[in-house]
Write a protein that binds this ligand. Structure first.
Ligand code: SF4
Length: 297
C-alpha cells in the first residue's frame, strides 16, 4: 500500500449540536484510505470520492498546523473525534505519529477528545490522553476512547478485519485505558447479518467489555451497503463465506440498510446485559467543568 502526503485546506468539521450516539461536536480526518482493510468498510462508498481506498493512504501533512489555527477560533468546547472514515491508529501511524501530534495540540488547547479506533496502538498515547483528561475532565470525561469490536473471536475477526489487531488485543487495550482512568468503551458495530448476529457473540463482546472496565457499549444490529462498497463486500463474502452473499441478496436486495433478522432478540439481550453491567449505550456530549470544579482541579 503506498503512502503519499497531501496538503489539506481545512481540517475540522463542526456540528451544530453534538450527535446523539457519540457526543461528537467536531470531526477530523488525518488520513484518507485505511490500512485495516475491513471487508465491510463504508468509506469505500462512491460518495466519499476515495478512488483507491485499499491501495493508497493519503496523509494530511499539515494537519497539526491547521488544527492549531482552526481551534483558536472555536469558542464552544466539545468532543473532537478522529476515526470516522479511517483509523487514526492504522499501522503507518506508528511511524508518522500524526495522531499523537494532534492529541498534543488538543492537550495544549484544552479540547476534549473522543478517539475511535480498532487498534491497541492507542496505548502509546496514554500520556497525552491523561493530560487531556486532567485538563478537560470533571463533569463529563475529557478523553474518551471507543474501540470497535464486532466479534469476540480472533479467528473470525481476521476474516472480517484482516489487518486490524485481534479483538483479544482490543479488550486488553480497554483494560489498560480503564486502569489509567481513561473513559473507554466499545463500538459494537457493524454486526454483520448471518455472520456475527448470534446471541452468543453479543453476550461475549458485552461481557468481556464489562470485565475489561468499559463504561459504554454502543451497538448497531446491522450494516449499511451501497454501490462499490457493496460490490467489494460481496466479493469478499464469496471468497471467505461461500453462500452468504445469496442470503444477503435474498433478504436485502438493493437496500441501503441491512439489519439483522435477529435484531429484536439481540436488542433484548443487550438491554438486559447493559442494565446488569451498568453500561451506557451512548456517549453524552461534553460539558466543561464549572469554575468551582476548575478550582479543585
Ligand atoms: S478500521 Fe474503520 S476505516 Fe479502517 S477499514 Fe476498518 S472500518 Fe474502514
Amino acid at each position: 500500500m503506498t503512502v503519499r502526503t497531501i496538503e489539506a485546506k481545512t481540517l475540522l468539521a463542526g456540528h451544530k449540536t453534538p450527535d446523539s450516539w457519540f457526543g461528537i461536536k467536531y470531526t477530523l480526518n488525518l488520513y484518507r484510505g485505511c490500512q485495516h482493510h475491513c471487508i465491510y468498510c463504508d468509506s469505500r462508498s462512491e460518495c466519499y470520492g476515495i478512488a483507491d481506498f485499499d491501495g493508497e493512504v493519503l496523509v494530511k501533512a499539515n494537519a497539526v498546523e491547521l488544527l492549531d489555527r482552526e481551534l483558536r477560533s472555536k469558542r464552544v468546547k466539545g468532543y473532537v473525534s478522529t476515526g470516522a472514515m479511517n483509523d487514526p491508529y492504522m499501522p503507518v501511524e506508528r511511524r508518522l505519529g500524526l495522531t499523537r501530534r494532534v492529541l498534543g495540540v488538543l492537550a495544549a488547547r484544552r479540547f476534549p477528545v473522543h478517539v475511535m479506533t480498532k487498534s491497541d496502538l492507542v496505548l502509546r498515547d496514554l500520556d497525552l490522553l491523561g493530560e487531556i483528561e486532567a485538563a478537560c475532565g470533571g463533569v463529563t470525561p475529557g478523553a474518551v476512547v471507543s474501540i470497535t469490536i464486532t466479534c469476540a473471536d480472533d479467528a473470525l475477526a481476521r476474516q472480517l478485519e484482516p489487518a486490524a489487531p485481534p479483538p483479544s488485543a482490543r479488550f486488553a487495550a480497554i483494560a489498560e485505558l480503564a486502569a489509567h482512568g481513561i473513559c473507554a468503551g466499545v463500538l459494537l458495530m457493524p454486526v454483520l447479518p448471518f455472520i456475527e448476529d448470534d446471541p452468543e457473540n453479543i453476550r461475549q463482546v458485552v461481557t468481556r467489555a464489562h470485565a475489561a472496565g468499559a463504561r459504554h457499549v454502543i451497538p448497531s444490529w446491522g450494516v449499511t451497503l451501497r454501490d462499490r462498497q457493496r460490490e467489494h463486500f460481496y466479493a469478499e463474502l464469496d471468497q471467505r463465506f461461500p453462500g452468504v452473499r445469496a442470503r444477503y441478496e435474498q433478504r436485502f436486495g438493493g437496500a441501503y440498510s441491512a439489519q439483522s433478522p435477529n435484531a429484536p432478540a439481540l436488542e433484548a439481550l443487550f438491554t438486559e446485559l447493559a442494565a446488569r453491567f451498568r453500561l451506557a449505550r451512548t456517549v453524552a456530549p461534553y460539558r466543561a467543568p464549572g469554575p468551582e470544579q476548575l478550582a479543585l482541579l
